[in-house]
Design a protein around this ligand. Structure first.
Ligand code: SF4
Length: 374
């Protein structure tokens, strides 16, 4: 039974190239982009049905989710992670679906926390969650070696939040999860809000007021045409420039430098009366994949929960690493296959979207975000 989302191209069997790619951290794709950030989806399931990611009418009870046997085990994930680290990965983000639904996730985190980057430093391990299970799991995640979390929160108004997660889940429980994460020292905590015009833009200012001075970084994400099921339309996108202007109408902001190469968010700091950034008030971020593409510095790879390697959030096909893994490939062979795949990478969907225009009329076969993580 083929469990991949309908219309998604059959993943290319990651072949075993004869030439060797050095695993020395200097790997670059066709645009000179290095491989620094690996996003690992540990489940294709979620307990929310956010309509911009897993619309309820598609991801219903009859949806063909992956059987457990198809999922990479924690040992397989850790073995693959080692090969990515050999090519220069320094940051691992655990995603889903909802990653906290994966049983004993702490065990995977402990395995990853024991790994070291090429220069011998600990990996930067983080996780993106909808926060629904965070209050219960924060302490164990922290104890296992997780350093920080990003929580998706699309509004403070309970009715708006329940409508967006589409499973009637109360906002108070997510806020309690965020407080639990802060209490056990998971931080800095980032809060991701997807802004969908006509649905939750009225929550922008309440969210900004709520998180200003909290030590947490609130990021506003432009609604994206991810996957092939969310019915995306350009007129439901609120450009980040408009979000910033709206916030500045009440809370002065100043632009800040990127904190690291390949950062997806543009940073804006809350300003004091003299117009300078006041670190005590903190900052926000805007992630503008639709109106200000950042493909030129994209150093992210994505591993699906069944071992398919994707080179872009909007990819139409992946590379099957699991069959190599379970087919007896050595670590060096795995690293070599990953090296060759990345070297051939030319992905730049967001740039091309802005050049070609959103609706090319071609049938959409993009991978679902819930399958490879945001
Ligand atoms: S569209 Fe693809 S290549 Fe561009 S930034 Fe996003 S993930 Fe990277």
């Amino acid at each position: 039974m083929d469990h991949r989302p309908k219309g998604l191209a059959v993943p290319a069997a990651a072949s075993m190239p004869t030439t060797r790619v050095q695993a020395n951290g200097l790997l670059a794709d066709t645009r000179g982009r290095s491989l620094r950030d690996l996003r690992i989806s540990v489940t294709d399931r979620c307990n929310f049905r956010c309509n911009y990611c897993m619309p309820k009418e598609i991801f219903d009870k009859d949806y063909a989710y992956l059987p457990h046997t198809a999922l990479l085990s924690f040992e397989e994930i850790t073995r693959l992670a080692r090969q990515f680290i050999a090519h220069g990965v320094q940051k691992i983000r655990l995603t889903g679906g909802e990653p906290l639904l994966r049983k004993n996730l702490e065990q995977l985190i402990a395995q990853l926390a024991a790994l070291r980057t090429l220069d011998g430093t600990p990996l930067d391990i983080t996780l993106t969650t909808n926060g629904s299970l965070l209050a219960r799991k924060a302490a164990a995640l922290r104890a296992a070696g997780l350093q920080r979390v990003t929580v998706s929160l699309d509004g403070l108004d309970d009715a708006v939040f329940r409508a967006m997660n589409d499973v009637d889940f109360p906002v108070a429980d997510v806020l309690a999860g965020i407080e639990a994460a802060r209490a056990v020292g998971l931080g800095p905590i980032k809060i991701n809000m997807v802004v969908k015009r006509g649905t939750n833009e009225q929550e922008i200012l309440p969210m900004a007021r709520h998180f200003m001075g909290s030590g947490m970084v609130l990021r506003f994400i432009e609604y994206m045409d991810v996957g092939a099921t969310n019915g995306w339309r350009m007129n439901e996108v609120m450009p980040s420039s408009e979000v910033v202007r709206l916030i500045q109408s009440e809370l002065p902001l100043v632009p800040l430098e990127a904190s690291q190469p390949g950062e997806t968010a543009q940073r804006w700091g809350y300003a004091d009366a003299q117009g300078r950034h006041d670190p005590g008030l903190g900052e926000i971020g805007v992630i503008s994949s639709v109106t200000q593409a950042f493909c030129h510095s994209c150093n992210r790879a994505r591993l699906s929960t069944e071992g398919q390697l994707y080179l872009c959030l909007f990819a139409e096909k992946g590379y099957d690493l699991r069959s190599l893994l379970r087919g007896g490939a050595s670590d060096a062979d795995l690293a070599n296959a990953i090296g060759h795949i990345w070297q051939g990478r030319a992905d730049n969907y967001s740039e091309s979207r802005s050049q070609l225009g959103p609706d090319t009329g071609a049938p959409v076969k993009r991978v679902e975000m819930s399958y490879i993580g945001g």
